[in-house]
Design a protein around this ligand. Structure first.
Ligand code: 6PG
Length: 243
């Protein structure tokens, strides 16, 4: 087995990580004691299993849909119905079974380019939060879901790109992605991701062995810099953890 990040929970397979993540999300919702909660969704392919699970019998009746506000940690600057869009991925995964109030899904605007979209999403987040500065005592998100790219990126915070050093803005444009799909992106920045009660990385599959090992070897990869007001936890399946 490879070395794993701190706070890693090793799971049998992708289905087990999705179930554990669903229970973690429900626990976060429960701990909010009836208050509205904000969940920041990760994109890519890994989390689709989780989002489908939340909308499936056995979970769909347990999720407090009316209290949850769903945000996106990043997206590709493509039309929302494009196969590359994280909006499309989430819409397909939730399907018609998830009773998400339309006003509770905050998509990242993608029709006027990365710069304008980042500015618009920043305003959306600030309007929701109700203040211009993030207060450590009052995190923006209750839960941030993240994935790990094969190059060690997370959200659309790619190695060597300017967005890594953004410490004031909550949202940054990424004109050039560091990994396919090579389309412009819009991403939350480290300060925005850190304004969270909990961060949960979902990592499945053999293609993640290398970035996981590189993180464990101390390489300065973007995913290493994710912090939280609470705990950063990794749900890793055996395929990803195998040596
Ligand atoms: C995206 C994601 C990105 C993703 C990783 C892992 O928009 O692509 O936000 O950060 O989490 O690239 O992607 P997979 O889950 O597809 O391996």
């Amino acid at each position: 087995m490879i070395s794993l990040p701190p706070n890693t929970e090793l799971m049998a397979d992708a289905e087990a990580t999705a179930h554990a993540a669903a229970e973690h999300l429900l626990a976060m919702a429960e701990s909010a004691e009836g208050e509205p909660i904000a969940i920041c969704l990760s994109g890519g392919s890994t989390p689709k299993r989780l989002y489908k699970l939340l909308a499936s019998p056995g979970f769909v009746e347990r999720v407090p849909w009316a209290r949850i506000h769903w945000f996106f940690g990043d997206d590709r600057v493509v039309p929302w119905d494009d196969a590359l869009s994280n909006v499309r991925m989430v819409r397909e995964a939730f399907g018609h079974a998830a009773p998400v109030p339309a006003t509770h899904l905050y998509f990242i605007p993608s029709d006027h380019g990365a710069e304008a979209g980042a500015r618009a999403y920043e305003k959306t987040l600030r309007d929701f939060y109700g203040a211009g500065e993030l207060d450590l005592e009052r995190p923006l998100f209750d839960l941030v879901l993240l994935g790990l790219g094969s190059d060690g990126h997370t959200a659309s915070l790619f190695p060597g790109k300017p967005a890594l050093s953004e410490r004031t803005a909550w949202v940054a444009p990424v004109p050039e992605a560091g990994l396919e799909p090579f389309v412009p992106r819009i991403t939350l920045t480290f300060p925005a991701l850190a304004s969270s009660r909990s961060v949960l990385f979902l990592v499945n599959g053999a293609s993640k062995r290398e970035p996981l090992q590189r993180l464990a070897d101390g390489e300065d990869l973007p995913a290493r810099h994710v912090e939280s007001a609470g705990r950063v936890t990794w749900y890793v399946d055996r395929d990803a953890a195998a040596a």
